[in-house]
Design a protein around this ligand. Structure first.
Ligand code: GDD
Ligand code: MG
Length: 320
């Protein structure tokens, strides 16, 4: 029997909240500790997922180019959308490439979910769909579920504050049977969260809370947080640089500077006489005599003044 599975990764969003950075680099290709977000997600997949389907809209050219030159050890199928089809429409657009139970991911989340366990749980419940769930204090900017004995009985996408049915949110990772994708209307803009999940609750839709970490890396603050969390997970290392939660790419150079904590420096960066903390510096940047905190700088930026809470990208600057 063939146990292999496909995964669909939804990577079509505009990345508006990370502008101006995402004007030149589509969100899925933004590096998290020097590895593009989507590549990180693919490399973490269990071995039995041998085919990865990328539902792409914005950033198609760059995505095609990236996967042409990068071998991620799996078959990668890039499925373009002419117009953004929404999360459900994008899945429907990938339907012809799936052969059975399928894992689906929002491409912008960084989590500690154990996918093998989730697949096993899904099978043991004979569920039509299983959603990974995460507990938060303020659920209203997420999808919120009412979970009773492991079954999802209600789904609310971004409910108004005060109307949330629980603190359990949709963590953007699903195991779905093909029949769920088959009920999505074709060639229409469809949100799986608004148009499909609320219709199938109570009818084989299960949820499984997990522990560890969950970060939706779609805002400047959470993009930084995701980088720092990934540095954190390396901290067991003997390497002193990592203990101080710093990663400097081997092609970069730092002179007479104080770096850390929480700093990621990408390839071909040069830094002199600077103090940098809680910051990601992207490739090919030059930093001289600057104190930088809580910022995202680059790629290809020259900087010689102090910066805080700011994105400085080739297409402009934004304070957050
Ligand atoms: N291909 C394609 N086409 N992908 C899309 C489209 C589209 O039209 N629209 C969004 N996506 C992708 C985004 O790139 C992202 O990876 C994912 O779908 C989710 O979209 P977001 O725009 O990031 O949604 P969100 O963060 O507001 O909410 C979603 O994620 C939360 C968890 O982080 C929802 O799924 C919530 O229910 C969930 O709690
Ligand atoms: Mg998101």
């Amino acid at each position: 029997m063939n146990n292999n599975m496909e995964a669909i990764i939804l990577v079509g969003g505009l990345g508006t909240r990370l502008r101006p950075l995402t004007k030149t680099i589509p969100k899925p290709l933004l590096p998290l500790v020097n590895v593009p977000m989507v590549e990180r997600m693919i490399r973490k997949l269990p071995e039995k997922i041998d085919t990865v389907i990328l539902a792409v809209n914005y950033g198609l050219e760059q995505m095609l180019e990236y996967f042409k030159k990068t071998n991620v050890g799996r078959k990668v199928i890039i499925v373009p959308e002419k117009e953004p089809l929404g999360t459900g429409g994008a899945m429907k657009n990938c339907e012809k490439y799936i052969t059975g139970t399928t894992a689906v991911f929002n491409g912008d989340v960084v989590t500690s979910i154990n996918l093998d366990e989730m697949i096993e749980y899904h099978k043991s419940k004979e569920a039509k769909g299983t959603l990974a769930l995460w507990e938060v204090e303020n659920p209203n900017r997420f999808g919120v579920v009412k979970l009773v004995k492991g079954e999802i009985l209600k789904f609310q996408e971004k409910p108004p504050r005060g109307e949330e049915l629980s603190n359990l949110i949709n963590a953007g990772t699903y195991i779905l049977e093909p029949e769920i994708i088959s009920i999505i209307p074709e060639n229409e803009k469809i949100s799986i969260e608004r148009d499909i999940f609320p219709k199938i609750v109570g009818n084989g839709l299960h949820g499984i809370p997990f522990e560890g970490y969950f970060i939706d890396a779609g805002t400047p603050e959470s993009y930084l947080e995701a980088n720092f969390k990934l540095l954190d997970t390396n901290i067991e290392s003997e390497n002193n640089e990592l203990k101080n939660k710093v990663q400097v790419h081997e092609t970069s150079k730092v002179v007479d500077s104080i770096i850390g904590p929480n700093v990621v420096i990408g390839p071909d960066v040069f830094i002199e006489k600077s103090v940098i903390s809680n910051t990601v510096i992207l490739s090919d940047s030059k930093i001289y005599g600057s104190t930088i905190n809580n910022s995202i700088i680059g790629p290809n930026i020259s900087l010689n003044h102090d910066v805080e809470n700011t994105i400085i990208a080739p297409e402009g600057e934004k304070i957050f």
